[in-house]
Design a protein around this ligand. Sequence first.
Ligand code: PLP
Length: 233
Amino acid sequence: MATIGANLQAVRERIARAATLAGRDTGTISLVAVSKAHPVGAVEEAYAAGQRAFGENYLQEALDKMRHLATAEIAWHMIGPLQSNKTRAVAENFSWVHSIAREKVARRLSEQRPAGLASLNVLLQVNVSGETSKSGVAPGELAALAHRVARLPRLRLRGLMAVPEPTADRGLQRTRFRALRELFDGLRAEGLELDTLSMGMSDDMESAIAEGATLLRIGTAIFGTRQRREDAV
Ligand SMILES: *Cc1c(COP(=O)(O)O)cnc(C)c1O
């Protein structure tokens, strides 16, 4: 049962090593533990080991965990694709949404974010691999979307997120992450106050850190292999 805590420690050490190699301060890189397809007990174990930010892909599963962990001080991140008919529960229960690719979804989240809560932190998901099957806004459409989302009142546009195609090729990993960082830098140069670059998972976190990731979304390296087939990205 000590495994999750030990895994978390090993991941933190991997992050620190990669940051040092990249000449970066580890303190500028935050870790979201992706707990999808793992039971609430796994979240509790990571929480006991000091982890406070968790990522989930499926709304119902996330809500079930939140109900069990209502008194815990957790920042919940929605990282999975979002349908516009499910935005209300997301707006009411999450601190962050990483997967916005359409203005309609952003507008609904803004309208539905309860007045008593802080603004919802949002990231735009970008399709940096150019695969038709992947979700995310096309790079050429990103700037227009970003400027519209940045104006929505109950949202705070924090940055960009991407899930590039899985590959063991470090060079290709870095090419994809660099593309996202360049888009991020471009939007900042246009005056958007972005501070979050969500990129890097269990198998490519070193490449993401080398290219400037400020937020990593790590599942398998912390919680082990997921059982359910539909949880493959
Ligand atoms: C599942 C998932 C992750 C975590 O992936 P691992 O390879 O298990 O670390 C990160 N980001 C997104 C969007 C995911 O769906």
